[in-house]
Design a protein around this ligand. Sequence first.
Ligand code: FAD
Length: 375
Amino acid sequence: MFDLPPDHQGIKDEAARLADSLRPIAARADEADRVDADVAAALRESGLCGLTVPLRHGGRHERVDPLAVTVARESLCAVSAHLDSLFALQGIGGHALAVSGNEALAAEWLPRVARLDAIAGLALTEPDAGSDLKNIGTRVRAKGGELVVSGHKTFISNGADADFFTVLCREDEGHSLVLVPAGLPGVTVRPSPQIMAPHVLGDIEFADVAVPESHRLSAPGGGFAPVLATLSTFRVSVAGAAVGLAQAALDEAVRHTREREQFGRPLIGIGAVGQMLALSWTEIEMARSLTYRAAWQAGRDARAALHLSSMAKVGATETAGRVVDRSVQAMGRFGLVRGSVIERLYRTARPMRVYEGGTEVILDSLAKTLAKGEA
Ligand SMILES: Cc1cc2nc3c(=O)[nH]c(=O)nc-3n(C[C@H](O)[C@H](O)[C@H](O)COP(=O)(O)OP(=O)(O)OC[C@H]3O[C@@H](n4cnc5c(N)ncnc54)[C@H](O)[C@@H]3O)c2cc1C
């Protein structure tokens, strides 16, 4: 695949139109620690969240199409990380329910997820367990026909605004995945520490929260299978977001360095400055090519393409980090101004290398694949 198929180009353009309409409020939304009502209304109105849910539950494609989600995120994250996150989390939080949840439960929640009438959250991380998810302490136990969840999750996207959480718990010797509606007695959400690129984040306390047995999203002890299904479908979309962000940062730097003159000529015509931007352009095109290829393959067999999705995630987020840094450098003091577009992109790029699989964790697992001779 060397060009996007027309349907995917159409989705990319559709997302770009939505993002463009929100450009005037993007800076405000990207500083928010709760969901921005105007962004949510526009995203709801656009119908784009239908990309994150299968057709039978109100979505657009028979199965979630990773390339469609990826190109949508490329357009959204170029303008607003808040908009991008709100879109992506509908899939990341709801996918386990779509692939392995009880049909009645899926029918209850997923059409609302597709319409953005319900906001999803995925609760894996805990104070003492980030990359090492097998070490979580949150527990679920079956009791009198119900499931009882207790524990503490932290840094959960959509925090206080989520309507339900897909929660990874320990169950006996294994791990299980359980859907917990946010409004139940025993669920308390507090703000997480805010990060350099503000994000809607919450710490969730589950104090003996009882849900029906039908809220299981995995077989008892089989909780990592739907988590892996979610990662293998959506990890590559982080790469799409990173490519969009990197392109926006390059565009900012090109615009500035074409207009600003030093030593009697535009900055971009001064070799070292122009070359920095040319290198960024080259790296973005490489990242985009790998990202599209990985997303295309993920649409055929997400598990089989996980190594490519992982490479795309590392490659594109590390590229975005280098591109925003060079763009700030090329813009000199103007690149450092608080509240400027480039300063926001610079901050937004940083967490991408940590969440949904830190660079080192992903490289470690790719290295293991190489060592086994499975590449
Ligand atoms: C903006 C944002 C949104 C988030 N949203 C969510 C969410 O919705 N739901 C959720 O559950 N979590 C969420 N998180 C948490 C995120 O998933 C974790 O930050 C991530 O898993 C890394 O865990 P950690 O921060 O505890 O880092 P640690 O696990 O403490 O790792 C620290 C460093 O060590 C490296 N490292 C760790 N283990 C290894 C290893 N075995 N090999 C090589 N290197 C290693 C890591 O790459 C990293 O560089 C979010 C985080 C952020 C920043």
